[in-house]
Design a protein around this ligand. Structure first.
Ligand code: HEC
Ligand code: HEC
Length: 411
């Protein structure tokens, strides 16, 4: 079996493949022979993820799976076990929501690989989000966070969105002073904050987001049957899943160009990255006007940049634990993994009727790597079996990631 990651050389290959974006600037060997559109200027959104280089994670005992690099950690928030402990509790803390009913963990449940099982997320006050909740597995390695916001590059910054965002209200967190007073009602926090931030005795919102981000960076998933097979455990993957793996990494299906490397995403960064890429792709899910338009407010990077070339461009998200994170895509519009594979096999999604009618396979904005390919029924079952072999049971049950308030286990 090929080692797809796990050596410096494999990681270097992964890094070069990560140069694949919709602009046709890819250095990918497999892209040769593929007719690509003329390059467009994607510099603003693909070249600099704005994450400062750092070795702030170097001293932390990460306990990473084989082949996983040390995550990049911001200089002003070095990893410590004490911050992670505080962050874990805050992640599951319902006092963070205005009405005391919701925590981050309400939409990011460990047993569902930190998603919520819904097509569109629903906030603490019942507001429906435009997009689907995302898995937090290996979020430490994402060079851009959320489905399509190139400006969202750190977990610290991202945490403020569910806390204070208004469209929709997710947590509806109270203002800093009120929030800190509420947390102060729980005697355990004085000690947890003091240990996490020994040099700064007064708790603050800044400490809250730093601690939550530190906890999120520990949510590393790399113990699936696929990983175990790569590490030499013969038979960890079924024969079906192995056949599906060959298809996934084939030039016929092309999946691996975008879902690449240990994170199954081409938008990754780690402590040793010398160059940060943040590509986004239009995969032909919609074509409502014949010119490639996606329905608002889910037009991808276009929502941020208003540039025509960014219409429908989303991040190639991780496929780890994908079996548990249905429904799929940014708007939960594919119910099953079979539906997802059908979409790619057709080279884009054809929606026959309704407000979103249109043939995505004819979208002029679609990435050329998304193009129709023949696939028999048994090959389709094999691809799905491979995707299911990315489920990491350890990650889903790891007590370090669990809700400390459940069963009165709060530290
Ligand atoms: C109402 C449900 C909801 C709540 C509560 C919520 N999230 Fe999310 N989360 C989402 C949705 C929806 C997205 C995708 C957002 C987008 O693309 O606009 C997301 C995306 C994320 C991402 C990006 C993951 C990635 O790989 O890009 C992170 C990190 C995250 N949430 C962390 C948190 C944290 C931390 C909290 C608590 C402070 C939280 N979330 C609370 C629904 C929720
Ligand atoms: C051109 C890059 C590209 C290629 C090639 C590609 N994908 Fe994707 N994939 C993406 C992007 C971007 C998304 C998110 C799309 C969205 O939600 O609008 C995605 C989403 C997915 C999802 C849903 C993820 C989730 O959390 O909802 C699955 C599953 C998936 N891809 C599997 C595959 C498979 C299997 C193949 C090969 C047949 C493949 N992809 C080929 C870029 C790509």
């Amino acid at each position: 079996m090929r080692a797809l990651y796990g050596s410096a050389a494999a990681l270097a290959v992964a890094a070069s493949l990560a140069a694949c974006d919709d602009a046709g600037t890819a250095a990918s060997p497999a892209a040769s022979g593929v007719l690509r559109p003329a390059p467009v200027d994607t510099a603003e959104v693909t070249k600099d993820a704005g994450v400062p280089p750092s070795d702030s994670g170097a001293a932390y005992a990460w306990n990473l799976p084989p082949g996983f690099p040390v995550p990049r950690v911001p200089d002003d928030n070095p990893m410590t076990a004490e911050k992670v402990a505080l962050g874990r509790r805050l992640f599951y803390e319902k006092k963070l929501s205005g009405n005391g009913t919701f925590s981050c963990g309400s939409c990011h449940e460990q047993k569902r690989a930190f998603t919520d099982g819904r097509g569109l997320a629903v906030g603490a006050t019942g507001g429906v989000h435009a997009r689907s909740s995302m898995s937090l597995a290996n979020a430490a390695y994402a060079s851009g966070l959320t489905w399509a916001n190139p400006l969202m590059t750190t977990l610290e910054k991202q945490a403020l969105v569910p806390m204070y965002g208004r469209e929709p209200v997710e947590l509806g967190s109270p203002d800093e002073a009120v929030l800190l007073a509420r947390l102060g009602e729980d005697a355990a926090y004085a000690d947890l904050f003091a240990r996490a931030f020994p040099e700064e005795p007064v708790a603050s919102l800044d400490h809250i987001v730093k601690a939550i981000a530190s906890f999120e960076r520990t949510l590393v998933s790399g113990g699936s049957p696929y990983d175990r097979e790569l590490a030499g455990e013969k038979g960890a993957m079924s024969a079906e899943a192995k056949r599906g793996m060959e298809l996934f990494f084939s030039e016929r299906l092309e999946c691996y160009h975008c879902h690449v490397g240990f994170a199954f995403s081409d938008a990754t960064v780690h402590a040793g990255s010398t160059f940060v890429e943040l590509p986004y792709h239009n995969t032909g899910l919609y074509n409502v006007d014949g010119s490639g338009a996606y329905p608002a407010p889910n037009r991808g990077v276009f929502e941020v940049t208003s540039r025509g070339a960014d219409m429908g461009r989303f991040r190639a998200v991780t496929l780890r634990n994908i079996e548990l994170t249905a429904p799929y895509f940014h708007d939960g519009s594919a119910a099953t993994l079979e539906d997802v594979v059908d979409h790619y096999a057709a080279g884009g999604r054809h929606i026959e009727s309704g407000a979103h009618a249109g043939d995505g396979s004819k979208s002029p904005l679609k990435n050329p790597l998304v193009r129709a390919f023949p696939l028999t029924a048994s090959e389709k079952a094999d691809v799905v079996a491979f995707l299911r072999s990315l489920t990491d049971a350890t990650f889903l049950t790891d007590p370090r990631f669990s809700d400390p308030f459940e069963k009165g286990l709060a530290p």
